[in-house]
Design a protein around this ligand. Structure first.
Ligand SMILES: [Fe+2]
Length: 511
């Protein structure tokens, strides 16, 4: 981490949220212009790492027993689920943003020192309808498809492509602007859209819900045409405890949030959705305008009473992801994040990579923030020498004071083949020390999640589990690292005989 690298780390998010059930948003159908497919194909021939942005050859990927290196511990048993955009073209028409494609779930089953893989698309209404029609029927987050009629509801265009979580015995594939989809954890069959209640059915639900140590699940959604954020409290039994709406002027897409012991914390970046732009033919993404003068408004909501809200303010910044947050005895709230100066990465790198181009954008800095009880705020950069993304923690420290932050980094790489993350790291928030492993020069590093060692209780006692795409070998690998000794590199690896499209988020579910 000796010098700043211009960009890295796959950021994540997605979405289309602008729609509310029953609301037609499209006044006109915009033509997409030239086809990005041939440009991508030409670039793909020169840049093997673009395999990460290709549609898989089959809609079902399956390998019952992967080749392995090292020793997969017998005590590690369960399934690692991941999600991400995978179907990057419909009937030959290529999407124009990484976040557009239909979600494909990847399941790595780990048992008895062996690893198996299964990959299947989420059978959303959109996916099934487009398969049947063999033509595009819906716009994407960053793409207006020619000849596509207005969407009747968010779920009509829901690609369920951002994350996958388990809660209260349900496995849910998540988008952020529509409903979760319930998935059979064994077969990856799609059971159907999940509604928390009749009143909240079809409303946007985040790809980043937070599960606290008591098993409560907290969520939000941005309902842009209502000018409000929707808040959700789901009990440990999976039932809706309460939901609420908080009006927010100048609202746009908001990808992640936090909870502390007492509060829901939602920083709202100054990226504002303007419906007129959508009606004028812009994609959902391009209907957003960066208005840094608004600053970042931080909404604090009492977890016990959604009507009790406070507002704080931070400088303008763009954040896809937060690691964790906690509240001090004096009421101060501390959190970490991967912070960009602006959302340029979403409008440049993550868009033009779909036609095989690399367009730099501002990097993300790992940063800690303190919201003081009196209203002041401090922000401190942890590292500005590498682009950081996909922050994760030991889930046993969710919403309470914690010490270890895990993330992926884009380290300075000289003649590196690709512009994404190439290392996984642990940052000790108390000592400031970094422990990291840099993967091979052709490997793109995806999100790594923390898996507690069964029977342990200490923070950090466990493994990091994550995938890498080795563009040189043309394969995806599953990597297991001792979470306290990342510098030692993977203690075990499992090798797929094919590459997977680069994904966004996942979670491990113990057997
Ligand atoms: Fe995300």
């Amino acid at each position: 981490m000796r010098r700043r690298h211009f960009i890295a780390a796959s950021a994540a998010m997605a979405v289309h949220s602008a729609l509310e059930p029953g609301l037609l948003i499209r006044a006109a159908t915009a033509a997409s212009g030239d086809d990005w497919g041939p440009a991508f194909a030409a670039a793909r021939a020169r840049k093997p790492w673009l395999a990460g942005f290709e549609t898989p050859a089959s809609d079902r990927l399956e390998t019952p027993r992967l080749d392995i290196d090292g020793v997969w511990p017998a005590e590690l048993a369960g399934a690692f689920y991941r999600n991400g955009p995978a179907r990057h073209a419909v009937a030959g028409q290529r999407y124009r943003h990484w976040f557009d494609g239909d979600g494909m779930l990847q399941k790595f089953t780990i048992a008895d020192g062996r690893v198996a893989h299964l990959g299947r698309y989420v059978a959303t209404a959109k996916y099934m309808a487009e398969i049947a029609a063999d033509r595009p029927l819906a716009d994407g987050f960053g793409t207006r498809m020619p000849g596509v009629p207005p969407a009747a509801s968010p779920d009509a265009i829901n690609p369920a492509n951002i994350s996958v979580i388990a809660h209260a015995g349900r496995l849910l594939a998540l988008w952020e602007a529509g409903s979760p989809h319930e998935i059979d954890p064994a077969t990856l069959d799609t059971i159907g859209r999940h509604a928390w209640s009749d009143e909240t059915s079809g409303l946007p639900f985040t790809a980043h819900p937070r599960i606290d140590r008591d098993g409560n699940l907290w969520g939000f959604g941005y309902a842009l045409f209502r000018g409000a954020l929707v808040l959700y409290h789901i009990g440990p039994d999976g039932g809706l405890r309460k939901a609420g709406l908080v009006p927010v002027p100048d609202l746009g897409m908001v990808h992640d949030f936090m909870v502390t012991a007492r509060h829901i914390v939602i920083p709202i970046p100054p990226l504002v959705f303007e419906a007129d732009r959508l009606a004028g033919g812009a994609s959902f993404l391009d209907a957003h305008v960066w208005k840094p003068d608004l600053g970042t408004r931080v909404l604090l909501v009492d977890k016990d009473d959604f009507s009790r809200v406070e507002w704080r303010r931070l400088p303008p910044q763009w954040i896809f992801h937060y690691g964790n947050a906690w509240e001090e005895a004096d009421g101060s709230i501390r959190f970490d994040a991967c912070r960009y100066d602006d959302p340029g990465v979403m409008f440049s790198l993550l868009r033009y990579v779909m036609r095989g181009e690399v367009r730099p954008a501002s990097p993300a800095y790992a940063m800690q923030t303190v919201l003081r009880a009196g209203g002041a705020a401090d922000q401190q950069v942890i590292t500005d020498q590498a682009s950081a993304e996909f922050p994760r923690i030991d889930p046993r420290r969710a919403a309470v004071r914690y010490r270890q932050l895990y993330c992926v980094l884009g380290l300075g790489r000289g003649d590196a083949a690709h512009p994404f993350a190439n290392a996984v790291a642990r940052h000790d928030l108390e000592t400031g020390d970094w422990d990291l492993h840099r993967y091979g020069p052709d490997e793109i590093v995806e999100e790594h999640v923390f898996v507690p060692r069964p029977g342990s209780t200490d923070e950090g006692d466990g493994w990091l589990l994550g995938t890498t795409l080795d563009a040189g070998a043309g394969v995806t690998r599953l990597n297991l690292l001792d979470a306290r000794r990342l510098a030692g590199g993977p203690v075990a690896r499992a090798h797929l005989p094919y590459s997977l499209p680069l994904g966004l988020h996942g979670n491990f579910v113990g057997a």
